[in-house]
Design a binder for this molecule. Structure first.
Ligand code: BEZ
Length: 211
C-alpha cells in the first residue's frame, strides 16, 4: 500500500517484544513514530535502537510514542534486545514488532523489492495526534538514521499543528519561525503577541511561540 503525507495511518494489531499491541491504543491521543529496520543482529540497527532508547525522555516531552519493526520473530528480538542493552549501554524501552508474515511492512510499504526483496528498508513514519501521517522518510539499509533530526522535525510539526507557523532552513528549537502565508497581516499582532518582522510581504517571522 502506498501511503502519502496527510493519509490516515492504518491501524494494526501486532505481536511485539512487549506483547500484543493495537497500534492506535498504543498511541492514545499522542503522536507516534513507527520505524522499520532491515533485520535483527545487524550492526547499524543495533546502534539505532540503542540511540532511540536513550532518547526516551525527549520523545516523552513531545508526547510521542515510538515503535520499531523488523521481519524477524519474537525469540530473535528477545536475544537481540539483550545485545543492544549490553553494547549500547541502555535499555530498549519501546516495543519492536515481530512482523514475520510481513503484513505490517506491506501495509506501510516498507519493503522496496528493488532494494531487497526480503527485508524492510529504514522507513520512518511520524503520525500526528489526529492519526494522520505527517512525515515519511526512507533511508537505505547501509545508512543509520539521525534521530536528533527526527526530534527536530517533530518539534517543527508540532509547532505547525498548534500555531500556524512553519520553520525555516536548518531551524533549531528556540529560533525564530515563519508565519504561515495563510495568516493575514492584520491578524498577526493578535496571533503572535511576541512581535514579528516583515522581511518581505511573503516572508514574515516571529519568535518561537511556545517558549
Ligand atoms: C545493518 O543494520 O547494520 C545493515 C543491514 C543491512 C545492510 C547493511 C547494514
Amino acid at each position: 500500500m502506498t501511503l502519502r503525507l496527510g493519509d490516515i495511518a492504518p491501524n494494526f494489531q501486532a505481536e511485539t517484544s512487549q506483547g500484543k499491541i493495537d497500534f492506535y491504543e498504543y498511541l492514545g491521543d499522542g503522536w507516534g513514530v513507527l520505524f522499520s529496520h532491515p533485520a535483527d543482529y545487524t550492526p547499524v540497527c543495533t546502534t539505532e535502537l540503542g540511540a532511540v532508547a536513550k532518547l526516551k525522555e525527549e520523545f516523552e516531552k513531545r508526547n510521542t510514542k515510538v515503535m520499531a519493526l523488523s521481519v524477524d520473530g519474537l525469540e530473535s528480538h528477545k536475544g537481540w534486545i539483550s545485545d543492544i542493552n549490553e553494547t549500547q549501554h541502555t535499555e530498549v524501552n519501546f516495543p519492536i514488532i515481530a512482523d514475520e508474515d510481513k503484513k505490517i511492512s506491506q501495509l506501510y510499504d516498507m519493503i522496496h523489492p528493488n532494494s531487497n526483496e526480503n527485508f524492510t528498508v529504514r522507513s520512518v513514519f511520524v503520525i500526528g495526534n489526529d492519526k494522520k501521517i505527517k512525515l515519511i522518510i526512507t533511508y537505505p539499509a547501509s545508512t543509520g538514521r539521525n534521530f536528533d533530526e527526527l526530534l527536530r522535525v517533530i518539534d517543527s510539526l508540532q509547532l505547525t499543528a498548534n500555531y500556524s507557523v512553519a520553520t525555516p532552513v536548518n531551524w533549531k528549537h528556540g529560533e525564530d519561525v515563519v508565519i504561515a502565508p495563510a495568516i493575514k497581516d492584520q491578524d498577526i499582532p493578535e496571533k503572535f503577541p511576541k512581535g514579528h518582522q516583515v522581511i518581505k510581504p511573503y516572508l514574515r517571522t516571529t519568535p518561537q511561540p511556545n517558549l
